[in-house]
Design a protein around this ligand. Structure first.
Ligand SMILES: NC(=O)c1ccc[n+]([C@@H]2O[C@H](COP(=O)([O-])OP(=O)(O)OC[C@H]3O[C@@H](n4cnc5c(N)ncnc54)[C@H](O)[C@@H]3O)[C@@H](O)[C@H]2O)c1
Ligand SMILES: O=C(O)C(=O)C[C@@H](O)[C@H](O)[C@H](O)COP(=O)(O)O
Ligand SMILES: [Zn+2]
Length: 360
C-alpha cells in the first residue's frame, strides 16, 4: 500500500515511482529472507543511509554500505571496479539487491553496478536530488563517463522500484536544486506545457522544496518520463525527446571537466537547440525567447562562452544520437512538439553557438 499523501506512478506496469512522505517504508518488502543488499551511496546522505541500513536489517536482510565519491567523480570506472570488488567480497549472488542512494550521479553508477554484476541483479533507486527523482533514477539508463565523454559506457537496466520522500530534497543546496529544475522545464517544453505555466506563475515556489507546487512539478515530470520510457525503453525513436538540450549540454560538461552541473548545462543546451531550430526555419523566435524567460525566472543559465566552438563541436560528435558523422538534434517546432533535425548546416550551428555565447 502507498502511504497517505504519497503517489505511485507506474512505468508501464513494470515498476512504480513512489513519491511522498514515508515512502521509505515500502523498502521492507524487498529485503526480507536474508537477502544481501549493497547500499551504494553518496557522501553526506548519512541519516538516510543509516535509516535504510536499519530497515534492511529489521526486515531480515544483510545490509552492506558502500560510499562512493560525490557527484560526477562517482561515474568513473575505478569507482565501478571498487563496487564490483565490494560485491565480490561480500558474496553477492543473483538473488541479491543493489540500492542507489543520492543524486543522479550515484543512481547512474549504482544502476550500472546492478546491470553488470553477474550480468544483472535487482536495483532499487532512492533519489535524494530533484534531478534524481524526476529523471536520473527513472527509466533504466545507467552508466559512467569516460575520458572521451559523458555517459559513454552504460546499459539499460530498469529498477524494481524508485522511492523518494520529497523531504529528502530539503537539505539540497539551492544551485543543485535549481539545476534539477532544468530537466523539469525540459519536460514542459517537450510534452507538458502546464509545467511551464506552473513555473512561470510562481518561480520562487517552483524552486522551494517545501512548496506544494514542487510536488506537482515532480509528478508531472515523472509522468512525462514514465510515458516516454514505457513507449520506447531502448531509445529507438521516441525516447530521444528526453535528450532535448543534451547534445550541447554534454559537450559543455565534458569540456568543463564536469565543473558545470548537468541541469545547468541542459538549460543552456535547450537554448542552443532552440537557436538551431529557429535558424533552420523550424521554430518561431517567440518560443526561443520563451526558453530564456522560463529558465532565467528560476535562475538557470542561458548562455555559455567558456570554450571555443571547435572544442564543443568535437565533443558533440560523440553524442549518442549521432549516426556516422551526422549530428542529430532533438528540436521543437512548438511547445510540446519535438522532432529530429539531422545534419544541420554547420553555419547554423556556429551562428547558434555565437548567439548562446553572446547572450550573457
Ligand atoms: N540515467 C538518466 O536517465 C539520467 C537522467 C538525468 C541525469 N542523469 C545524470 O544524473 C547526474 C546529475 O544528477 P544530480 O543533479 O542529482 O547530480 P549529483 O548526483 O552530482 O548531485 C548534485 C549534488 O547534490 C548533492 N545532493 C544530492 N542529494 C542531496 C540532498 N538530499 N541534500 C544535499 N545534497 C544533496 C550531491 O551530493 C551533489 O553534490 C548526471 O550525472 C547526469 O548525467 C542521468
Ligand atoms: O532518459 C533519457 O533517455 C534521457 O535522455 C534523460 C536525460 O536527461 C539524461 O541526462 C540521460 O542520462 C542522457 O542520456 P544519454 O543517452 O545522452 O547519455
Ligand atoms: Zn539530463
Amino acid at each position: 500500500m502507498t502511504p497517505v499523501g504519497a503517489q505511485a506512478i507506474s512505468v508501464g506496469g513494470r515498476y512504480d515511482v513512489h513519491v511522498g512522505p514515508g515512502v521509505l517504508d515500502r523498502l521492507s518488502g524487498w529485503v526480507t529472507g536474508g537477502r544481501r543488499v549493497m547500499v551504494i551511496h553518496q557522501p553526506g546522505r548519512t541519516a538516510l543511509v543509516a535509516g535504510v541500513l536499519e530497515q534492511i536489517r529489521a526486515a531480515g536482510g544483510e545490509a552492506h554500505a558502500h560510499e562512493v565519491p560525490d557527484a560526477e567523480a562517482a561515474k568513473d570506472v575505478s569507482v565501478l571496479a571498487g563496487a564490483w570488488q565490494a560485491l565480490g567480497l561480500a558474496g553477492f549472488t543473483r538473488d541479491d539487491l543493489v540500492i542507489g542512494v543520492g543524486g543522479g550521479a550515484a543512481t547512474d553508477l549504482a544502476g550500472f553496478v546492478a546491470a553488470t554484476w553477474l550480468r544483472g541483479v535487482d536495483a532499487i533507486q532512492l533519489p535524494t536530488s530533484l534531478l534524481g527523482v524526476v529523471d536520473a533514477a527513472v527509466g533504466g539508463k545507467t552508466g559512467i563517463n569516460t575520458a572521451e565523454g559523458k555517459n559513454l559506457v552504460g546499459a539499460f537496466h530498469e529498477p524494481r522500484a524508485v522511492l523518494c520522500d520529497p523531504t529528502w530534497l530539503r537539505s539540497m543546496a539551492r544551485p543543485d536544486l535549481v539545476s534539477g529544475l532544468a530537466e523539469v522545464i525540459k519536460c514542459g517544453f517537450i510534452a507538458d506545457p502546464t509545467i511551464l505555466t506552473l513555473v512561470e506563475a510562481d518561480p520562487a515556489s517552483a524552486s522551494d522544496p517545501t512548496a506544494a507546487v514542487m510536488t506537482e512539478l515532480i509528478s508531472r515530470a515523472v509522468a512525462v518520463k514514465a510515458r516516454v520510457v514505457d513507449a520506447d525503453l531502448h531509445e529507438s525513436g521516441l525516447r530521444e525527446i528526453l535528450n532535448y538540450g543534451h547534445t550541447f549540454a554534454h559537450a559543455i560538461e565534458q569540456v568543463e571537466h564536469y565543473a558545470w552541473r548537468h541541469g545547468d548545462a541542459v538549460s543552456v543546451g535547450m537554448v542552443f537547440a532552440a537557436e538551431v531550430a529557429v535558424r533552420s526555419g523550424v521554430l518561431s523566435p517567440d518560443v526561443l525567447e520563451h526558453h530564456r524567460t522560463v529558465l532565467r525566472s528560476v535562475g538557470l543559465p542561458t548562455s555559455y562562452a567558456g570554450a571555443p566552438w571547435e572544442q564543443l563541436r568535437a565533443a558533440m560528435a560523440r553524442d549518442k544520437k549521432s549516426r556516422g558523422s551526422t549530428l542529430r538534434f532533438v528540436v521543437l517546432s512548438g511547445v510540446g512538439a519535438p522532432q529530429r533535425l539531422e545534419g544541420p548546416d554547420e553555419q547554423v550551428l556556429i551562428e547558434a553557438f555565437t548567439a548562446v555565447a553572446d547572450a550573457g
